[in-house]
Design a protein around this ligand. Structure first.
Ligand code: TUI
Length: 316
């Protein structure tokens, strides 16, 4: 059930992709999601190419299933990371925070599937023309670096304009969100925040507990004035950001405050001074579970929801 075109293209059992979250999405998480029938993704983030290479090798040792690498296009090491991903012939590449056009030809040449994150219809159309295999349509509900439009409005608009598969992202954590995404025209979903709380995820336990305790309005947008808005959970750092912005600090000064802060939260567990990136759906994540259980719960939830909705068919 729910075997979409995306499953065929990526050779996976369920059309569920794990988000490429910097520092969070290591080989352990990616391999566990792939083993559970989804598509696991290693996040390159701002890591040097050697680190990404090690993670790819680790994931290959942990699973025979396909997995992907997310390339963050603002990384200072982007060129070297692309070289490593090509050398290692990774099955799938997702990209974020920019236009991957200049690298597309190299991935296509070696048969690597390319799935860019797009925050607009225009970029989705451009990516299809350049040969993208699918697009991830990410709404502003997502965690981390975000675009302007919501998942609800962006997914159907993109799905109406392109023929390649659409993957909905931002604000999805359970079977209802999964099924809603398919209703909007998506062929699958990308889920980030719920996988932060996977047992196999290496994130510091303080970070996982902060996601679990989060309420509906806790995931706010920080650093808007820099042009690179980031959704994070409210804490001491977000207060400092907002005070600086109110005081009219320069983009450089604000960006400097953010340096190293994701690592501080993820690795050190400093969830007051660190950047705790998470999506608006954080409050729906209630427990730490293995990836297999998370995927099973999403698929079973979607089946149940489909049953509930079928009553409207009978009423016709
Ligand atoms: O990339 C993400 N999420 C991220 S990246 C990240 S690391 C970072 N930290 C601080 C500042 C910037 C990055 C943390 N979270 N999601 C995918 C995503 N891509 N969201 C939005 C975009 C995007 C934005 C503009 C994709 C393409 C784009 O294109 C602009 C253009 O060139 O047309």
């Amino acid at each position: 059930m729910f075997q979409t075109k995306l499953c065929e293209i990526l050779n996976i059992q369920y059309p569920i992709i794990q988000g490429g979250m910097a520092w969070v999405a290591t080989a352990e998480l990616a391999a566990a999601v792939s083993e559970a029938g989804g598509l696991g993704i290693i996040a390159a983030g701002n890591a040097p190419a050697e680190v990404v290479e090690q993670e790819i090798k680790k994931a290959k040792a942990l699973t025979d299933k396909p997995f992907g690498v997310n390339i963050m296009l603002l990384s200072p090491f982007v060129e070297e990371v692309v070289d490593v991903v090509c050398r290692e012939k990774v099955s799938v590449v997702t990209t974020g925070a920019g236009n991957p056009g200049k690298f597309m030809g190299r991935f296509k040449e070696i048969g690597t599937k390319v799935i860019p994150v797009v925050p607009s219809v225009a970029l989705a159309k451009r990516m299809e023309k350049l040969g993208a295999d699918a697009v991830i349509v990410e709404g502003t509900e997502a965690g981390g670096h975000i675009g302007e439009l919501t998942t609800m409005v962006l997914v159907p608009q993109v799905a109406s304009e392109i023929s390649i598969p659409v993957i909905a992202a931002g604000g999805i954590a359970d079977g209802r969100g999964f099924l809603a995404s398919l209703s909007l025209g998506a062929d699958g979903v990308q889920i980030g925040t719920r996988f932060i709380c996977a047992e196999e995820c290496v994130v510091h336990d303080n970070y996982k507990q902060m996601v679990i305790k989060a309420k509906d309005r806790d995931a706010i947008v920080s650093a808007r004035t820099t042009g690179h808005p980031v959704r994070v959970l409210k804490n001491k750092l977000t207060k400092e950001f907002s005070q600086m912005e109110k005081a009219g600090a320069t983009i450089d000064e604000i960006e400097k405050l953010g340096v190293g802060k994701l690592r501080l939260a993820v690795v050190e567990g400093d969830i007051e001074n660190g950047s705790v990136m998470a999506g608006q759906i954080a409050s729906m994540v209630k427990e730490i579970q293995p990836c297999g259980e998370i995927i099973e719960d999403i698929i079973n939830g979607a089946k149940e929801q489909l049953n509930i909705l079928s009553q409207y068919k009978k009423e016709e």
